[in-house]
Design a protein around this ligand. Structure first.
Ligand code: LMR
Length: 320
């Protein structure tokens, strides 16, 4: 059986980390694309030279030519500009929308059967634009955010409760921005929902509220520390989890920015929701029941995403 082909668009910090993880996991042969002369070639060669030590057997190629992504099974898009301290993800909309247009056209021409995972910010609007520019089926284009935001939430909870993160589950829905919705009622330690743990006296509501806010600010916290870029290890590993779910038909239940056309009372919008990812791409959106306060937070987040989508239409007429 031929090895799967994985195209990584953007050879920055996330692109390089994606290539490293995909190689170590032997998910398939890797093509690293970037417009920056020499960078994808240099990173691909460096990684290939780590192969004999790591013991992985995949081919790695760096390129400036979209033709090299031809026939890719998975395409992970990180191209574009990261934010700097003091900026919001939304400030990147204009510049990254132009990048999504070029990337979408490259995907449409060269790998129309790929499962596409977008990481570029502002995420939900960029996924929407990428799907329109590429013309790929909506269930084959999605965004990595829920896995990342939920991983941050899990990490903070595991620290607070002094338990292994293996025993913590968490769900973050909504747009990947300041209005994201960490769902405490659907998050658990050893299967016990967080509100029950407050009632049991294992933590306080104030501490939980602080963790929820820290999760919402998780990306900005890293940007503030790095100063010259944004997070890359956790975003990359989150996207690889989604790619693996697709390539191995794992039917993983993962929160991601997916096209929602009837669930959650929505009609035709990309936003973070629980999904099942398998060989069909985003095979199902799971329409979980939200309480009144949760629904209000989710609606606020949806409105923020809708505003960004409208802004995209205002910038690029072909999207209107
Ligand atoms: C993140 O959450 O780490 C990414 O969306 C990057 C950012 O700008 O915060």
């Amino acid at each position: 059986m031929a090895r799967p082909k994985i195209a990584l668009i953007g050879a920055g910090q996330i692109g390089g980390t994606l290539a490293h993880l995909a190689a170590i996991k032997e998910l398939g042969d890797i093509v690293l694309f970037d417009i920056a002369e020499g960078v994808p070639q240099g990173k691909a060669l460096d990684l290939a030279e780590s192969g004999p030590v790591e013991g992985f057997d995949v081919s790695l190629k760096g390129t400036q030519d979209y033709a090299d992504i031809a026939g890719a099974d998975v395409c992970i898009v990180t191209a574009g500009v990261p934010r700097k301290p003091g900026m919001s993800r939304d400030d990147l909309l204009g510049i990254n929308l132009k990048v999504m247009k070029a990337v979408g056209e490259g995907i449409k021409t060269h790998c129309p059967d790929a499962f596409v995972i977008c990481i570029t910010n502002p995420l939900d609007a960029m996924v929407w634009a990428l799907q329109v520019f590429s013309g790929l089926p909506r269930e084959k284009v999605c965004g990595m955010a829920g896995v990342l935001d939920s991983a941050r939430f899990r990490h903070f909870l595991a620290e607070e409760f002094g338990v292994s993160m293996r025993d913590v589950t968490a769900f973050v829905l909504g747009g990947h921005g300041d209005t994201m919705v960490p769902l405490t009622r659907y998050s658990t330690v050893a299967g016990i929902p967080l509100p029950d743990l407050v009632e049991m006296g294992w933590t306080t509501q104030d501490k939980l509220d602080a963790i929820v806010q820290r999760t919402r600010d998780g990306g900005a916290e890293i940007v503030g520390l790095l100063k010259t870029g944004s997070a890359f290890y956790a975003p990359a590993t989150s996207a690889i989890e989604m790619a693996e779910a697709y390539l191995k038909d794992q039917k993983r239940l993962l929160p991601c920015a997916a096209y929602v056309d009837s669930a959650f009372g929505l009609k035709g919008l990309y936003v973070g929701v629980p999904t099942i990812i398998g060989a069909g791409g985003v095979e199902k959106v799971i329409d979980i029941k939200l309480q009144k306060d949760e629904q209000a937070m989710f609606d606020k987040s949806v409105d923020a995403v809708k505003g960004l989508v409208e802004a995209c239409k205002g910038i690029d007429e072909s999207l209107a």
